[in-house]
Design a binder for this molecule. Structure first.
Ligand code: NAG
Ligand code: NAG
Ligand code: NAG
Ligand code: NAG
Ligand code: NAG
Length: 249
């Protein structure tokens, strides 16, 4: 062994270990490789940290956006029944023409809504049923509703029922209720394709959401030239997106 840069005399440096000459310069090779692992660990930790902070920022952003946008479900109600014709004859054939006014309330400050513009005709329907028999039907007109807006949607419904279209006894019971001017329990079943616009971003542009509204009510004075009274309204609202169905209320 010659004393030299790689082989210092004993005393100047700690005695060389079993790993020899590299000791003074680079330290313990094991320690060196461990330090390499440490810096790897640091990078890994750094990545984790960054990822975590990014995730926190994204979640925070979403929460903040949610509270700024404050999305509210639009409200619907059936406000008016107008009877253009509603004649039930002695053999229980019924020609009807009703105009329903539905009130759509969009309370959102940042969300705009389009109703009635759907891909499939089955997603746009309005039916008036009495004891499971459809009296008349129609569709939702195509309506664009701006933010913070209340729109009255007029829906034209027509029906032509024959004697054989009634389920057991329902024609007779409707005729007798009409005659006595009793309350008539009706179900208005609405299916409407809906597109939602947030800024310039459309939700359901190609695949509209379908809102399903079932409104049960009692209607009195259901006759031409009279002013029908609606009472005991109950609504059930659901949302169809693709094949999934969510009940909202
Ligand atoms: C319905 O009845 C009213 C009066 O009873 C009559 O004037 C009208 O022509 C009838 N409508 C139909 C479609 O039969
Ligand atoms: C309507 O049909 C459903 C299922 O088909 C049945 O459960 C319900 O009792 C019916 N309602 C009336 C009033 O007939
Ligand atoms: C709601 O929007 C409709 C359609 O754009 C418009 O005709 C109506 O005036 C608006 N109503 C209110 C209360 O802003
Ligand atoms: C409406 O719903 C309430 C509670 O869900 C029920 O008590 C009431 O009888 C319903 N009214 C009608 C007309 O179905
Ligand atoms: C409304 O009624 C129809 C048929 O009875 C049913 O398929 C649909 O799920 C109902 N929608 C809601 C929101 O209750």
């Amino acid at each position: 062994m010659h004393p030299g840069p790689y082989n210092p005399p004993p005393g100047a440096y700690p005695p060389p270990g079993p790993y020899g000459r590299n000791v003074p310069r680079y330290g313990h090779p094991g320690a060196g490789s461990r330090r390499g692992g440490c810096s790897c660990l640091k990078v890994y930790c750094c990545c984790c940290c960054c990822l975590f902070i990014t995730l926190v920022l994204i979640i925070g952003g979403i929460v903040l956006a949610y509270f700024i946008i404050k999305p509210h479900t639009p409200k619907f109600s059936i406000d008016k029944f107008e009877v253009k014709s509603f004649n039930i004859s002695d053999d229980f054939s019924l020609k009807s023409h009703l105009e329903i006014t539905a009130k759509a309330d969009n309370p959102n400050k940042y969300i705009e809504i389009t109703y009635g513009e759907g891909k499939e005709p089955k997603d746009n329907s309005v039916q008036v049923l009495y004891s499971n028999v459809t009296l008349c039907s129609g569709t939702i007109p195509n309506i664009f509703q701006p933010k913070k807006n209340v729109t009255m949607i007029k829906i034209d419904l027509k029906g032509d029922l024959k004697k054989e279209d009634w389920a057991a006894g329902s024609g007779e019971s409707l005729a007798s209720k009409l005659k006595n001017n009793d309350k008539i329990p009706l179900l208005v079943a609405i299916k409407a394709p809906v597109k939602v616009k947030l800024g310039s971003w459309w939700v359901g542009k190609d695949e509209p959401l379908v809102v399903s509204i079932n409104a049960t009510m009692n209607v009195k004075n259901l006759a031409e030239g009279k002013n029908p009274e609606i009472s005991d309204k109950n609504y059930s609202i659901g949302l169809l997106f693709g094949k999934t169905y969510t009940k909202l209320s």
